[in-house]
Design a binder for this molecule. Structure first.
Ligand code: ADP
Ligand code: MG
Length: 502
């Protein structure tokens, strides 16, 4: 059954030489668990440490060493599962995935093939206001990361750095519900946003703590709907898996390239072979890494060193009770409580810090006005200097005070921007600055009237013209604003000019 509470975006259609094709994409995202210690050892997970300095005996697979599961990492996986509205499995189990690699001293990776800790969930991927894709999550399992082989440090030797060996990863497997390159990137972005809200993964793609294997297939229009109705995968095209993508931009480019490659094969009468491919960002191409026939036979089996992982419902409930408000809920609340547009609410809830900043400004004030100031002035200014909201030189209290001065009619909107710039660069109490620098709005109609009289007296020719053409009154308003340094109340100026020009 198609259960789509949202208006779904249309799938991306690519026109081949002979027909139109749709894309079907499923992602396996590897998210590094935010934890100070590794999954089965107490070694540090700090990024950028001296090679081989964060390695416990068990990480180096010394004889007789036994893994001990890190409860915090398990809690992080449960937290992530709850954040993705997923089923939590009270009993899960660790398996050995056997293969040889120089940076894998154990000769196997401990993972969860048969009984993952998290079952089915979902992610709502927003594509435009009111348009979202519901991507189903199949499972999340916990596993160890491998180490790193370094081949470019010496002409004759390769090196191995085991710092990353044994770091906890969550592999988040989606169903093939993603229908285009932009959606794939937006899906990764949404996962990252949710995990950052939860504090379960830093989501730093450059450091490799969020990477994705991207499965891509093409099909004729209508095939995907048939799959959703029947659950039968075989109506979809054969997929290729693009390994280890760690950039949103490359994910999109790789999908686009891969879809066109498959279309060309099929339209040529050929068959897509299921295989693992690598994306080459320099060439903008994917190339074969290994085909299914030569794929590893990992000989998975239950890890004899670890008992099945049993957790209690009470513990899961405790974690559930400690979850923060998540992006979708926060966004909906901002729309409802502060009267914001879907778009503005989306911008303000992009990360927890921005949302908290906005709320502090909006508290007891006009929500839309607060949103405008935070998004247009503050974010714009911070972006110019590539500053994070946490490094904002203007505090919510200061920005709130500026807004209060506008609302009280003390300063005009134009002066408020000057005031904002002063507070941003020099700091200080906005009300005091306004007082000290004479920035107060002139609402004294007598003073405005005098200024208007002066301009009218000095420009008789303009007055004649304006009497013929009332639209020219704007010129007088501009002159008065100039003469008063932008401090005259614009509404009062407009009225007085109109009256005096008759
Ligand atoms: P396997 O059992 O070979 O590991 P899965 O069914 O678990 O395959 O799928 C692995 C990943 O590939 C999942 O993220 C899934 O969504 C995706 N996938 C499966 N079939 C397709 C398809 N036809 N096109 C694109 N992605 C697919
Ligand atoms: Mg699978």
């Amino acid at each position: 059954m198609l259960d789509l509470a949202y208006e779904c975006p249309k799938p991306k259609v690519i026109s081949g030489a002979k027909a139109d094709w749709e894309l079907v994409i499923g992602l396996e995202v590897h998210a590094q668990v935010a934890s100070n210690a590794k999954l089965f050892s107490g070694a540090s997970t700090a990024f950028g440490a001296e090679p081989n300095s964060n390695v416990a005996f068990v990480d180096a697979a010394m004889p007789g060493m036994l893994p001990v599961v890190n409860e915090f990492c398990v809690a992080q996986a449960v937290r992530t599962g709850l954040g993705l509205k997923a089923a939590i499995n009270l009993v899960s189990a660790f398996d050995r995935k056997n293969y040889f690699y120089p940076d894998l001293p154990q000769g196997y990776q401990i993972s969860q093939l048969y009984h993952p800790i998290v079952g089915e969930g979902e992610v709502i991927v927003d594509m435009a206001p009111g348009v979202a894709r519901r991507v189903r999550i199949e499972r999340i399992h916990l596993e160890q990361d491998a180490g790193k082989s370094i081949h470019d440090m010496d002409p004759h030797m390769s090196f191995v750095d085991l710092n990353r060996t044994g770091v906890a990863l969550m592999e988040i497997v989606s169903r093939p519900d993603i229908r285009g390159p932009e959606e794939a990137a937006a899906y990764v972005g949404k996962l990252r946003q949710i995990m950052r809200y939860l504090g379960t993964c830093d989501g730093n793609m450059q450091n490799g703590n969020l990477r994705a294997d991207v499965n891509v297939s093409i099909c004729e229009p209508g095939a995907y709907e048939k799959y959703r109705e029947t659950g039968d995968h075989s109506v979809l095209g054969t997929r290729c898996e693009i390994k280890n993508m760690n950039s949103m931009r490359f994910i999109q480019a790789a999908i686009e390239y891969e879809a066109r490659r498959q279309i060309a094969i099929v339209e040529d009468g050929g068959k897509v072979v299921q295989e693992t491919r690598l994306y080459d960002p320099d060439k903008g191409e994917t190339r074969s890494m290994r085909s299914k026939e030569e794929a590893h036979d990992y000989l998975y089996f239950p890890c004899p060193d670890l008992l099945p992982l049993e957790i209690e419902q009470g513990w899961v409930d405790e974690i559930a009770a400690s979850l923060p408000e998540l992006p979708d809920e926060k966004k909906a609340r901002f729309v409802k409580d502060f009267g914001l547009t879907d778009y503005d609410a989306g911008v303000l809830t992009a990360d927890v810090d921005s949302a908290a900043y906005f709320e502090a400004v909006a508290e007891g004030r006009d929500g839309k006005m607060a949103a405008n100031w935070v998004i247009n002035e503050l974010f714009g200014r911070l972006k110019k200097e590539e500053h994070d909201i946490t490094a904002s030189p203007v505090s919510p209290a200061q920005l709130g005070a500026i807004i209060d001065l506008i609302a009280a009619g003390e300063i005009s909107g134009k002066i408020a921007k000057d005031l904002f710039e002063i507070v941003y660069t020099e700091g200080g109490d906005p009300a005091e600055i306004v007082e000290a620098r004479g920035m107060k709005q002139v609402t004294d109609t007598g003073a405005i009237e005098a200024a208007v009289d002066e301009i009218i007296a000095a420009n008789p020719a303009q007055v004649e013209k304006a009497k013929q053409n009332p639209k020219l009154a704007g010129w007088f308003v501009g002159q008065v604003m100039k003469a008063t340094g932008g401090k005259a109340n614009p509404q009062a100026v407009n009225e007085i000019v109109a009256r005096k020009l008759g």
